[in-house]
Structure formats: C-alpha cells, structure tokens
Design a protein around this ligand. Structure first.
Ligand code: AMP
Length: 310
C-alpha cells in the first residue's frame, strides 16, 4: 500500500562560511548544516527549517530558500551576528581543517518550534549543539523518524549532552572520522555497533567520495558516491545527503528497510550536485530534470545485471 507523502523538519545551523579552497577564497558564503539539508530535502518533500540568523543576514538568502519551497517561518532573527564557520581545504579537497567557529547568535539560541511544526513526521536534527537538539526533541509529538547529525566539535566538546541526545534518536548520520572519534574504535563496522549501543538503532556512516554505509538490524548496505570529474567544494555534502535521504523517506511516507536503502541513493544523488560548485550555488540552480537524470546515472553505476551466482 502506498503511504501518503509527508513533510520534513530540519533544525540546525544557518551560517556564513568562509571557504579557503585551492582555487580561491570565498567569504560570507551562505551555508550551515540546516541550509544544505533543507534545500536538499525540498526537492522531494515539503520542508521547513528552524534556526537563527543575525541582523547581518540578507533577506535575499531567506528568499532563495523560499524560492526552493522551504518554509522559513521557523527562522528566528536575533540581534547580533550570524554563525560563522571558516575552513581550509587541502589541495586535493580530501581533507579540511576548521580555522574558526563563531557561534554568535547561536550562543543564546533556544529553538522554539512553531505549533505547526511540532507534529512533523520526519525530523532531521542537523549539526548544532546537542543540548539544542534535545530541546527540539522535547517539543515534537511522535515523529515517525528522528535522524541526527553531529560533528567532532560537539563530540569532543559536549560528550554528555551528546550521549543524552543519542539515546532519543532513531538514526545517526555521521562521517567516518566522527564515528571513530565518538566510539573510540577505528574499524567502521565495530564503531557502528558501538554507536547502536548508545541509542540509535540505525547508523549511516558517510565516507565522502567513498560513499556511505548503513548499519541496521537488516545488516549493512552500501551506496557509492557518484564519480565526478570536477569537484569544486565538498562543504555541506554530508548535510545535503542527510536532507535528500529524509526528503525521500517523507515522500515515501514510511520507513522500511527498503525505503531507507533507496533513500540513500537520493541522498547520494543530491550530494553529488552539492560538490559541483561553491556553497549552495549548484543546489539552488538544480532542476527536477537534473535530479532524475543523475538518479538514472546512479542506477547504471550499480546495475550489474542480476544475481552474482557462482
Ligand atoms: P559538512 O561539510 O557536511 O560537514 O557541513 C559543513 C557545514 O556545517 C558548513 O556550512 C558550516 O557552516 C556548518 N558547521 C561547521 N561547524 C559547525 C558547528 N560546530 N555547528 C554547526 N554547524 C557547523
């Protein structure tokens, strides 16, 4: 039976990113985990975003989210500066260091969900202080799926708040280095097993250009990243993956082992566009036709023509 389409609520950082890339430095680029995730989810399901911006945040940025169909009613404007993140990438774009994290208006932020958002069936707690992620969980009523992301900044800085949050979620979406840091285990399957014990019954480990692994009660599942000739900016690819995955699940209306596996391809397809240009530029210019074409390329990428009998 086909379920009804539902919506995604994304909570997380909305930022100005300063990106030091081998091909140039880009200042005040619209970014933030929630921004990437919400834009991505909006290709597949009605999407709302909750976060905070400062009085330096141009209305045109809110307008570009709305043009993508993202409901921005839950974005609070506080007096002060918007969250700023600065990162420097290696020449091959394979690694990066965080040079600056200025919380600014996030330092005094306490998310308040508009009533209309409290029943959101698909909740994505984007990268943000884990105590704030828990404050959101206190306000929602019975989501079908709660997914969360986090990063090294919070794993090392706020381990207790993170532990409390992990106990309350269904799915953790995290990158490989963070999975290792969180569990203290280098081997990824063992790290995922350790994270299961901390709460989430499903864990997705993102491995950048090496794809993503899902660990759930049905075993392990792999989705590759689309092999691109030109990668310009990997910032936000993980958040875009998470948004696309949640968008597909909401569109499908229910979470089954199979819908989750398919959702990983939607996440991977959207993430493959994110890296093609700096910041959110490529995603904001993307069409449903582009997405459908990339999904077909994904099918070709992994189609091996049937069972692998011996
Ligand atoms: P990703 O490349 O998927 O790890 O996401 C990068 C995005 O996360 C950037 O747009 C940053 O603004 C945002 N970000 C970086 N550090 C933090 C942090 N400590 N808390 C919340 N968001 C962050």
């Amino acid at each position: 039976m086909q379920s009804t389409r539902s919506s995604v609520l994304v909570v997380g950082s909305i930022a100005f990113d300063n990106l030091e890339m081998p091909h140039g430095t880009y200042e005040n680029v619209l970014g933030g985990a929630a921004t990437y995730s919400a834009i991505s989810a909006s290709f597949l399901a009605p999407t709302s975003i909750v976060g905070v911006v400062g009085n330096d945040f141009a209305d045109s940025h809110l307008q570009s989210l709305r043009t993508r169909g993202v409901d921005t009613m839950g974005i609070e404007r506080a007096s002060g500066k918007t969250f700023v993140w600065r990162g420097r990438y290696s020449d091959d774009l394979m690694s990066r260091v965080t040079l600056q994290t200025e919380l600014n208006v996030f330092a005094n932020f306490s998310p308040k969900l508009p009533d209309a958002y409290k029943k959101a069936p698909f909740l994505l707690l984007g990268n943000i202080h884990p105590a704030l992620q828990s404050i959101v969980l206190d306000q929602v009523t019975g989501p079908k799926l709660i997914a969360a992301d986090t990063m090294n900044f919070w794993i090392s800085g706020e381990p207790r708040a993170l532990d409390a949050m992990l106990k309350r979620i269904d799915l953790l979406i995290i990158n490989d280095e963070e999975a290792r840091e969180l569990s203290g285990i280098h081997n990824i399957p063992k790290a995922a097993a350790d994270i299961h014990k901390r709460g989430p019954k499903r864990v997705i480990v993102k491995r950048g250009e090496h794809g993503a692994l899902l660990f759930d009660s049905h075993g392990v599942f792999f989705t590759p990243a689309y092999p691109l000739e030109d990668v310009r900016d990997p910032t936000g690819a993980g958040d875009t993956f998470a948004g696309g995955l949640m968008g597909y699940l909401a569109r499908n209306g229910e979470v089954t082992p199979q819908s989750l596996r398919k959702a990983m391809f939607f996440g991977a397809a959207l993430a493959s566009f994110c890296v093609e240009d700096v910041g959110t530029k490529r995603l904001l210019g993307l069409t449903q036709v582009d997405l459908a074409k990339r999904l077909r390329q994904f099918v070709d990428l992994v189609d091996h023509g049937g069972p692998l009998d011996i």
